[in-house]
Design a protein around this ligand. Structure first.
Ligand SMILES: [Zn+2]
Ligand SMILES: [Zn+2]
Length: 178
């Protein structure tokens, strides 16, 4: 495995966030100098440069192909020498897509499981609350029904007492009849 060491050209202002090693073997099927079409070779210390317009040049071509304007796209460019330390966005360009997919997949499942476990806990708590609320509501209905019954009894008693009182008044006002 060949590790490409990277530093920055003086004009480049991209900051370094991550450490990254990339193997020449993993890039053999696509990486090449956009000037002379040479490829990174294991055991050969050939530096490569990435332009901010996403073109690659080897150290032999960079001076002529990316001096001020990029030879491929003609835009003004700055260059980044590839190596051990790369910004995350550059690191991603040189990562194995299958590795990236697996990492993303793992992260995706971790995130999904994390959120789902919290969701399950929340739903469980809400169900408990609903159950408690249902029990309290049933108790309240029972109490209300009991009070309704008591009220009915009290009303009947009142009616009876009123009737008795009426009778008593009648007896007092007409004593001769009794
Ligand atoms: Zn070249
Ligand atoms: Zn370009």
């Amino acid at each position: 495995m060949v590790v490409l060491t990277t530093t920055y050209s003086q004009s480049n202002s991209v900051s370094v966030h991550h450490n990254q090693t990339v193997s020449a073997e993993s890039m053999a099927h696509w990486m090449h100098c956009n000037g002379c079409y040479c490829q990174p070779q294991p055991g050969v210390d050939l530096k490569f440069y990435l332009t901010n317009c996403s073109h690659l040049y080897c150290e032999k071509c960079v001076a002529s192909c990316a001096k001020e304007r990029c030879k491929v796209c003609r835009s003004q460019c700055t260059t980044l020498m590839l190596g051990g330390k790369l910004p995350k966005e550059v690191e991603n360009l040189f990562s194995d897509p299958i590795d990236m997919h697996q990492k993303f997949n793992k992260q995706f499942h971790q995130t999904l499981e994390f959120q789902k476990s919290h969701q399950r806990r929340l739903v469980r708590q809400l169900k408990e609350k609903m159950k408690l609320f249902g029990q309290q509501f049933s108790q309240f209905i029972e109490q209300a029904n009991a009070m309704k019954g008591e009220l009915k009894t009290t009303k009947a008693e009142n009616e009876y007492l009123r009737m008795m009182l009426k009778k008593k008044k009648w007896n007092i006002s007409c004593p001769i009849l009794w």
